[in-house]
Design a binder for this molecule. Structure first.
Ligand code: ADP
Length: 358
């Protein structure tokens, strides 16, 4: 191939190209390489390639671990990646493909295509570093969940037991009152730790096991567990389902209903009614929990499902994690939970879940 044809051909390539003869002298360099290196053709053509790195603004890839000898002897294509540091200290990663240059079947030199892959490489490096940081964070999260689930909960339960033992012995009414307050706070602490551990566990999984369960039966159990606290506040729970309602769900679904109904009781004024119902909507069930409490302002309707977002409700106490757990469990069922205003005052919480899991 004539030099002119060869030059024209390599100039049409966007990557840097250098053609080196058997005698290590440079036969041709394309425009991309001249531009990147800030050179003129006359500076390089005919010069020995290992000398070229001296006048290049970037170190000459062919000067480092030169593939010339290997390609000439093997007659095969050689690919490699090199990291260089430019004279101004910048890191530059190049991908080199060196192929034999043949004339009448004889290898007369090599042709190197040099691609600057610094940007892609640093993106890859950043991704690797982020992945490592992410793995570390997951490990720390697992460690904290473990500490929460086992160590902290154990200590909190021991303190609770000690409170009860001292309370049984204590005769002084003032001290008893103090102890009861202490016990209530430790009970809250236990619930908070349990919820935090549960939330962390639910966040770390992306599927649940499902089995066929009767939602009517599940709701009946929840209602009977909450009956006493409802009675204390003179609240009636009106469960409007009387027939079996079969769905593929995880037993965790019970805590979804528990949370919604206990909130409805907690936020309802004394003497009110909490309505619980299930509507059959074809492929899904719509479960609703209706209360006559203070309602939830529009700007809070989504935020209350995020962790630790409590709307100020005066004396009503809670951990602010219940609805975040509800949302996660419902999501893991492929469903949706949301709240709307009750036209008669208060709120209606809706849970939509598929009857079958696909
Ligand atoms: P908490 O343990 O604080 O009750 P939740 O996650 O269950 O945590 O609820 C988050 C917040 O949503 C509550 O603090 C309350 O402000 C609001 N909320 C939940 N249920 C009701 C309801 N039925 N009526 C009015 N506000 C509610």
């Amino acid at each position: 191939m004539k030099f002119k044809d060869l030059k024209e051909f390599i100039d049409s390539i966007g990557d840097m190209v250098i053609v080196v003869g058997k005698d290590r002298r440079i036969i041709a360099v394309n425009e991309a390489m001249l531009r990147k290196c800030g050179l003129k053709e006359a500076d390089v053509v005919g010069k020995e390639c290992h000398r070229i790195s001296r006048c290049l603004k970037i170190p000459c890839p062919s000067g480092v671990a030169c593939p010339l000898r290997e390609v000439l002897t093997s007659g095969r294509v050689k690919r490699m990646v090199h990291t260089h540091y430019t004279r101004d200290g910048r890191k530059m990663v190049v991908e080199i493909t060196a192929s034999p240059l043949k004339e009448n079947g004889e290898t007369v030199g090599i042709i190197e295509i040099i691609r600057d892959v610094t940007a892609a490489y640093s993106l890859q490096e950043n991704l690797k570093a982020s992945l490592e940081r992410f793995k570390k964070t997951v490990k720390i999260k697992e460690l904290f969940t473990d500490i929460l689930t086992h160590d902290l909960i154990n200590v909190a339960n021991i303190v609770l037991l000690q409170c009860e033992t001292i309370l049984d012995r204590e005769k002084c009414e003032d001290t008893r009152e103090d102890l009861k307050r202490l016990k209530r706070n430790v009970e809250r602490l236990v619930v908070m730790i349990e919820n935090a551990a549960r939330y962390a566990r639910l966040q770390s999984i992306d599927s649940l096991d499902f089995r066929r369960m009767d939602l009517h039966e599940v709701l009946k159990n929840v209602v009977s567990t909450l009956e006493e606290s409802a009675r204390e506040r003179n609240i009636t729970i009106d469960l409007r389902v009387h027939e079996p309602v079969l769905a593929m769900v995880n037993p965790n679904i019970e805590s979804v209903f528990y949370n919604l109904i206990s909130n409805a009781i907690k936020f309802s004024p004394r003497g009110e009614r909490v309505v619980v119902d299930i509507l059959d909507e074809g492929e899904e069930y719509l479960i609703l929990v209706k209360d006559r409490g203070p309602g939830i302002p529009d700007e809070e309707k989504e935020r209350i499902f995020e962790r630790f977002k409590r709307v100020e409700k005066g004396a009503v106490k809670g951990t602010g994690l219940g609805l975040a757990i509800v949302k996660r469990i419902v999501e893991l069922h492929g469903g949706r939970v949301w709240v709307e205003d009750n036209p008669g005052g208060g709120s209606i919480f809706y849970v939509r879940i598929p009857k079958e899991q696909r």
